[in-house]
Design a binder for this molecule. Structure first.
Ligand SMILES: *[C@@H]1O[C@H](CO)[C@@H](O)[C@H](O)[C@H]1NC(C)=O
Ligand SMILES: *[C@@H]1O[C@H](CO)[C@@H](O)[C@H](O)[C@H]1NC(C)=O
Length: 440
């Protein structure tokens, strides 16, 4: 015998433990927004889970019978001579649950049931067996008995399942993630999720830090103004703070320092990094250091900051270049001249496998300016071909290889995104997405 189809309506009310950003608290670097559409998805998922859980509720034995479960056919055995089965079916369960969302000391989300109530429309029992007509006398009494017990059990079960399933699931959100040997990202919550009638916004720190040292960034995250229009279930806003703390960490770790050597320049190039190539323009150089190789050391003056303007991400690094000549007889290098190199670069940001990835394309050629020279005044254009070649063939490809790895979004276990939409707003990147059926 089968259970009759039944329906469950769940009203979910979400509360934040703290409302409004705390006084003096800094802006989050990263915000995850769940829209009404996302909440509807979560509610449907919750109902499906509840239905499964409800079917495992065990009703206490009565009249010394064997254990009975509900909704499916159950066996009964009141006396050794009286055997059969009955089917319990339930119609119209409505449940109202208020959840308290918060964060703990470690920056992980917390959730607890603030309030739960439910009502059951109708319980019916279908009894069959040899002497079912005897039990049918007590029909109404059984039905009320089941109804009362179920009403008690449902909220008990919801509380239990919030503690044993929902909270552990939310706590699979990463707090600290290692990116590579140099950097990690801190995704701890900087406040409780903010609940409004339309959305839940969860504020994350969204800050890169050096794995070998950690010092507070000398700049803060800008305020993020998320658009009101919502076509997707979830939105992720990564402020320029995330990217600029990354830039700071890799800069401090020396990952933006490059040394350009003659071997990096192709054989068919008109200019090579040796003193002979410069003979016509700086005769003194070839005279002082005949047949010597040159080495160019480049490093950004400061960590380059990404600028997010509507539709565009750009940055304009200022690079110091120091040229040395290698001495054939010693390991010493003689400093020759210093240049300042500037350029505009535009970045394209995308999402792949739940990671934010990027790539850069040069927006302009490198502009060179002589800062200091130990040898002689010379025209900096000479260096332009070499540097542009190096940038195109070595620097940008290696930067792009790194950016292609990207960094992960803070997602709980088994969350898959689809229908992605990316927008660049002032100060932040906005990613809209829908959620896939969780494969759990
Ligand atoms: C990068 O190069 C600059 C200039 O030569 C230097 O001052 C800085 O210490 C270097 N950074 C690292 C981490 O090596
Ligand atoms: C964005 O980039 C495009 C192409 O380079 C340019 O035409 C446009 O003016 C830029 N928009 C802003 C707001 O900077």
């Amino acid at each position: 015998m089968m259970a009759r189809p039944y329906w469950v309506a769940v009203a979910l009310l979400l509360l934040a433990e703290v409302s409004g950003f705390e006084e003096g608290a800094s802006h989050p670097g990263f915000v995850a927004r769940i829209t009404r559409k996302g909440l509807e998805y979560a509610r449907r998922y919750g109902i499906a889970t509840l239905k499964k859980e409800l079917s495992t509720i065990h009703l206490p034995d009565f009249s010394g019978s064997t254990k009975v479960s509900w909704i499916t056919s159950v066996s009964y055995k009141f006396y050794s001579t009286l055997e059969g089965t009955f089917t319990v079916s339930v119609d119209g369960i409505s449940i109202s649950v208020s959840l308290n969302l918060g964060k703990d000391q470690s920056g992980r989300p917390t959730v607890s049931v603030a309030h739960c109530s439910n009502s059951i429309g109708h319980v019916s029992i279908d009894i069959s067996g040899h002497l079912s007509w005897i039990l049918n006398f007590f029909h109404k009494r059984f039905e009320n008995y089941f109804k009362n017990i179920l009403e008690q059990k449902i909220c008990e079960m919801i509380r239990k399942s919030t503690t044993s399933h929902l909270e552990p699931y939310l706590r699979t959100l990463p707090v600290i993630l290692m990116i590579d040997q140099v950097a990690g990202i801190d995704y701890s919550l900087v406040g409780a999720p903010q609940v409004t009638s339309q959305v839940i916004d969860t504020p994350f720190r969204g800050e890169f830090f050096g794995r070998n040292w950690r010092s507070p960034a000398p700049f803060g995250a800008p305020p993020i103004r998320l658009p009101e229009k919502h076509d997707h279930m979830v939105y992720f806003a990564a402020s320029e703070y995330v990217f600029n703390t990354a830039s700071r960490v890799y800069h401090q770790a020396g990952r933006m320092n490059f040394t350009i050597r003659n071997q990096h320049i192709p054989l068919d190039s008109p200019t090579h990094l040796d003193t002979n190539s410069f003979r016509a323009i700086i005769p003194q150089l070839a005279k002082l250091y005949p047949n010597a190789e040159l080495e160019l050391e480049t490093s950004p003056e400061s960590a380059p900051f990404l600028m997010f303007t509507p539709g565009n991400v750009t940055f304009s690094p200022v690079i110091d270049l120091q040229a040395f000549t290698l001495l054939p007889t010693s390991s010493e290098r003689k400093p020759l001249f210093q240049l300042r190199v500037t350029t505009d670069i535009s970045a394209t940001i995308g999402v792949r496998s739940s990671r934010i990835v990027g790539s850069v394309t040069p927006g302009s050629k490198l502009k060179l300016e002589l800062k200091h020279s130990n040898i002689h005044y010379f025209r900096v254009e000479l260096m332009e071909a070499i540097l542009n070649y190096y940038a195109r063939h070595t620097l940008y490809p290696s930067l792009n290889a790194k950016l292609k790895e990207g960094f992960p979004l803070p997602l709980p276990r088994d969350t898959y995104l689809n229908s992605l939409e990316l927008q660049v707003h002032k100060n932040f990147l906005l990613l809209g997405a829908n959620l896939n059926e969780a494969k759990r």
